[in-house]
Design a protein around this ligand. Structure first.
Ligand code: S3P
Length: 168
């Protein structure tokens, strides 16, 4: 149980927080989207456009299996990764899943100028975020064993995550 997997909605700060935790603890940081991009040579946006969401989810499942064979990682999962039972099962075997909980208003604000997330390139973005969050939040809660309040700046939230790692 050596890895930490950060889960939560797009824009909740998984990657920024993961990077800070990595710097402060020496754990290796892996951003799952970047991992898939490096492996395929395509951006997430291109994978969605050229091959569709199902292919992206297949690559994501593959990434979960590969990363779960490794140790001492801090992993930023994608916003959809932990909404699939198979991924929860695989990742929770080798690590603790931490849910970074950010409220709807903050997420809408943080994501308002996003151009690269395929699921958010719709006319009524805030409505899309609201609908997705409503479905996903209970799933993130079920998938994780630890929840942190993500409505603070990234260094504060990273501090909470490091607190989880320290032996009591
Ligand atoms: C997705 C979130 C994205 C990326 C893909 C799908 C999702 O990751 O994996 O666009 O389903 O919520 P981030 O949460 O890092 O933006």
């Amino acid at each position: 149980m050596k890895n930490i997997i950060l889960c939560g909605f797009m824009g909740c700060g998984k990657s920024t927080i993961g990077r800070i935790v990595s710097k402060k603890t020496g754990m290796e940081f892996i951003d799952m989207d970047r991992y898939i991009e490096l492996k395929t040579g395509l951006s997430v946006k291109e994978i969605f456009e050229r091959f569709g969401e199902d292919e992206f989810r297949r690559l994501e499942r593959e990434a979960c299996r590969e990363l779960s064979d490794r140790d001492n990682l801090i992993i930023a999962a994608g916003g959809g990764t932990l909404t699939f039972d198979e991924n929860i099962e695989v990742l929770s075997k080798t690590g603790r899943i931490v849910f970074i909980d950010v409220c709807l208003n903050q997420l809408c604000d943080r994501l308002k100028n996003d151009k690269k997330r395929p699921l958010l390139q719709v006319e009524n973005r805030n409505e899309r975020i609201r609908e997705l969050l409503e479905v996903r939040r209970p799933i993130y809660k079920r998938a994780s064993t630890i929840e942190v309040d993500g409505n603070f700046n990234s260094s504060v939230v990273a501090g909470y995550v490091i607190g989880i790692l320290s032996p009591r």
